[in-house]
Design a binder for this molecule. Structure first.
Ligand code: 5GP
Length: 139
């Protein structure tokens, strides 16, 4: 399937939609998920127009994974999280809802359940404080 440039992450990359950004470099962008499954739920995307893992240029994927590693460490620190789950969905049957490659960074801890996928919109003021915590951990 051809990459659809109308997807929300493409709009965020073009500056046409807002995002609580935490990190950006030449190849990738990281920002808070607006419907977090847990506090600190952060997304990392390549800037390259890529629908899913299988379409990705391996070099771009390498740069993106370096960002996942870096931002994941910052999320772990910012949310004092003993565990971090990385999730990445490919295709509708797998649950993918936004068709621009992305990696979910999800803080995990014993007894801390994760919420439903893409279900409840966060309070934007709270999300900004969470983004700031991640930015500070990255600094
Ligand atoms: P997928 O289901 O494709 O793996 O995940 C898409 C993710 O994007 C979901 O976790 C959903 O909450 C998130 N999402 C959907 N729309 C927006 C948006 O406009 N901004 C942000 N930051 N995240 C979004």
């Amino acid at each position: 399937m051809a990459y659809n440039t109308d997807n929300i992450f493409a709009k965020i990359l073009r500056g046409e939609a807002p995002a609580f950004k935490v990190y950006e470099d030449d190849y990738s962008l990281a920002f808070m998920d607006v419907m977090p499954q847990v506090e600190g739920h952060t997304l990392v995307i390549p800037k390259d127009p890529t629908e899913n893992l299988h379409d990705a240029d391996p070099i771009i994927l390498g740069h993106t994974m370096a960002t996942v590693q870096r931002v994941s460490a910052a999320v772990k620190q910012a949310f004092d999280s003993p565990g971090i789950m990385i999730a990445q969905l490919n295709g509708v049957p797998a649950g993918q809802t936004v068709f621009h490659l992305h990696f979910h960074i999800l803080p995990r801890a014993d007894g801390l359940d994760i919420g439903m996928h893409a279900r409840n919109m966060a309070d934007f003021a709270v999300l900004e404080t969470h983004a700031q915590r991640v930015r500070e951990a990255l600094a």
